[in-house]
Design a protein around this ligand. Sequence first.
Ligand SMILES: [Zn+2]
Ligand SMILES: [Zn+2]
Length: 71
Amino acid sequence: MTVMPTCKLCGKSFDTIAELYLHLRSECNKIPRSRKCPICNARFKSIRFMRLHLINEALIDAKHMNYIISI
Ligand SMILES: [Zn+2]
Ligand SMILES: [Zn+2]
């Protein structure tokens, strides 16, 4: 049995983690439209920066990872 990386926000599954990251960066419309990170409360200049923060942090931080990705 193989476990597919899944976007926790919209429930979509992907073949590879790279595809999931691409999805989060470009097309997932369930990422919170906020300038404040819902996990660490960091504030950003724009919604776009917050989105990038969430995705980048997920690579290195388990809390951000658990919020947007399930593997
Ligand atoms: Zn999604
Ligand atoms: Zn954060």
